[in-house]
Design a protein around this ligand. Sequence first.
Ligand code: ADP
Ligand code: 5GP
Length: 199
Amino acid sequence: MIMNNIIVISAPSGTGKTTIINHLLDKFKELEFSVSATSRAPRPNEINGKHYYFISQEEFKKRVEQNEFIEWEEVYDGTMYGTPASEVSRICGLKKVALLDLDVFGALNFKSKFKNAFLIFVLPPSLEVLRERLEKRGSESPEAIDRRIEKAKEELTHALQFDYMLLNDELDEAQCEIEHTVSNFLHNKIVPDTFRIVE
Ligand code: ADP
Ligand code: 5GP
């Protein structure tokens, strides 16, 4: 039997991906978050090794040359993010299911190497609502919010390349739907090569 052991979640920034990932980690003890490396500075509440491995840009480039990442992207100007191969092997070694938070292009690149990965795209109800969520979160400057909205327009054009699309309008409903879908995936009710639901 093919094991379903990698789930990748992507969404335009501000859609609610982190909120949904935290909910899934709470609900499913068999899931383990795959910690990415990044060259960006930590936000006040972020812990090295838990949210990200925070490294310098120089160190990041060195690790790229040493082939340490399964995929990596310069997601925003000058800021790199990558999935360390060691992280995915660590989680597989624990016999757990890896839950990855990747940007849209990183997710598609990841899938080209790991065909069994289940790719979920979280959709915002609209670009206006997306902007409101970013403004309410308050972690980016108005200019950075404009850049993220511009990027979101391009990211949304790739949603159909994902295995599953989740609309995050009412949070309760979105969480309920994703719980059901992930449960099906974990119980091998979603066949990785076709993503049919088998009852
Ligand atoms: P992302 O990880 O995709 O950038 P976050 O999880 O940080 O997004 O969510 C962005 C903001 O929107 C946060 O303030 C979060 O509390 C809020 N949020 C998430 N989902 C919803 C929702 N369904 N309705 C309203 N606000 C939401
Ligand atoms: P943030 O700076 O808000 O934490 O994340 C910015 C973006 O980087 C998000 O879209 C997130 O999904 C993406 N990201 C985080 N880790 C990785 C990674 O390892 N690889 C790629 N390609 N994107 C990542």
